[in-house]
Design a protein around this ligand. Sequence first.
Ligand code: IMP
Ligand code: MG
Length: 173
Amino acid sequence: MKQKIGEILLSEEEISQRVKELGQQISNDYRGKRLIIICVLKGAVIFAADLLRNLDISADLDFIQVSSYGDKTESTGAIEVIQDLATDIAGQNVLIIDDIIDSGLTLHHLKEKLLAKQPASLRLCVLVDKSERRKKDVEVDYVGFRIPNRFVIGYGLDYAGEYRGLPYIAILE
Ligand code: IMP
Ligand code: MG
């Protein structure tokens, strides 16, 4: 059966308002400190770009890409680093930005990997949290929205490489 764009869960306006609030909160928390934002490719690229523009402190930016679901909608659990950081994060204040946390396995593994590099601090920010599905307890410091257990697309989130460019977040039907 062919998938299509279903109900809009989070509108462009709702997302933009919430990203502003997160930007304020993060700016206040890191004011006076040096911050490195790590954008988890590819899904977080749009969220990270918007968030960065809503910070009123300066922050450096780096990227990491880890293996994803491929064309499936279930996580396998193991992650593989496909593209690693260019920055040495030892002794730095690091904030991981991701689009979505589902089972928590990806971000749990990523946090462990980055903690091994001994940053001064490591926090996590996700736009969307599907907490019902959690298999690994992961502390998320900044959450945009909690949503029910549905597969969603748009605003960076894809299904098989499609729909990332939608300005809103919708349910995949
Ligand atoms: P986790 O390891 O189960 O937490 O999965 C995290 C990754 O799965 C995310 O970074 C996304 O790439 C992908 N993912 C999980 N749920 C969705 C969804 O509803 N839409 C699109 N991608 C998703
Ligand atoms: Mg992702």
